[in-house]
Design a protein around this ligand. Structure first.
Ligand code: NAD
Length: 268
């Protein structure tokens, strides 16, 4: 049986290069297209060469419109605007999509949700197995501890990250707020400075650190009177996200239109 053909958008990015490497070695997918930013100086270069793997015989293209009809699934880790334009092209070609991009506005997420009525779209701000298991642990902890504890989410990423707090930290906050029977908007406090007054009960606080080459670290603190529980996840390689994206891509081929998350892929 032929392997599903996968395309990757964001060829030269930190994740793009990890995705090329992961797709190349992933047994159940065939790397069939690598798409870069239109006008970039690496267009036409060999994708394997760009990712530091040696020549693969597949050139980086900037023509997504021509590439998508030949694909069974597209993976996009770029920028919100670019991901939306990829999703439009996928929806016109009935091509399912795996979205790793973070930093979407509510409107942009609504747009992706609308397109998911036509094709299968999986959106996950973090594709690692460990983080998705952490989300389950957070749900358990929040349900057990309720509003008796203060919840703070601290995340750290490399100096080049352009959105804050991270999509993963926000997803963690959403899971906790939901487990407490509310929504994140009504609880979130983003950073603190100056004369803040005492902490509000029920708030979910976020702090974002940007430094050096940190791949991605998240700690959720449940702090009560006399004790504190901390749940931490640390990613040490982008290959963990890329591997999760491959698993998601092979899962989504053949799924009906709809909006999916990593919990659908992992079965929890
Ligand atoms: P990066 O800046 O290194 O790469 C982004 C790439 O997108 C760049 O190469 C850029 O040229 C490319 N790009 C921009 N517009 C484009 C277009 N129109 N067509 C094709 N390519 C285009 O960033 P990164 O660290 O690789 O992260 C990318 C995204 O993935 C971010 O939103 C980040 O938060 C997210 N991310 C998600 C996960 C996850 O597991 N879901 C993990 C890590 C990073």
């Amino acid at each position: 049986m032929e392997k599903p053909k996968v395309g990757i958008v964001g060829a030269s990015g930190r994740m793009g290069r990890a995705l090329i490497e992961s797709a190349h070695s992933y047994q159940s997918l065939e790397l069939a297209a690598v798409v870069g930013r239109p006008g970039a100086n690496y267009i036409g270069r060999d994708a394997g060469d760009l990712a530091g793997l040696g020549v693969l015989g597949l050139s980086v293209t900037d023509d997504l419109i021509t590439s998508v009809p030949n694909l069974d699934v597209l993976i996009d880790f770029t920028l919100p605007e670019s991901t939306l334009s990829s999703a439009e092209i996928c929806s016109q070609n009935n091509c399912p999509m795996v979205v790793g991009t973070t930093g979407f506005s509510k409107d942009q997420l609504g747009h992706l949700e609308a397109l998911s009525q036509r094709i299968a779209i999986l959106i996950a701000p973090n594709m690692s197995l460990g983080v998705n298991l952490t989300l389950k642990l957070l749900e358990m902890a929040a349900k057990a501890l309720g509003d008796d504890v203060d919840v703070e989410i601290i995340e750290a990423h490399h100096r080049h990250k352009i959105d804050a707090p991270s999509g993963t930290a926000l997803q963690m906050g959403q899971v906790i707020a939901q487990a407490l029977g509310s929504d994140l908007d009504s609880r979130a406090v983003y950073g603190r400075q100056g004369r803040t007054g005492p902490r509000e009960r029920g708030a979910i606080g976020f702090e974002a650190i940007r430094a050096g080459d940190i791949v991605g670290e998240h700690t959720v603190m449940f702090a009560g009177q006399g004790e504190r529980l901390e749940i931490t996840h640390k990613a040490s390689s982008r290959m963990t996200f890329a591997g999760g994206a491959m698993r998601a891509a092979s899962w989504i081929v053949g799924q009906p239109a709809g909006l999916y998350g990593m919990n659908d892929v992992l079965g929890f």
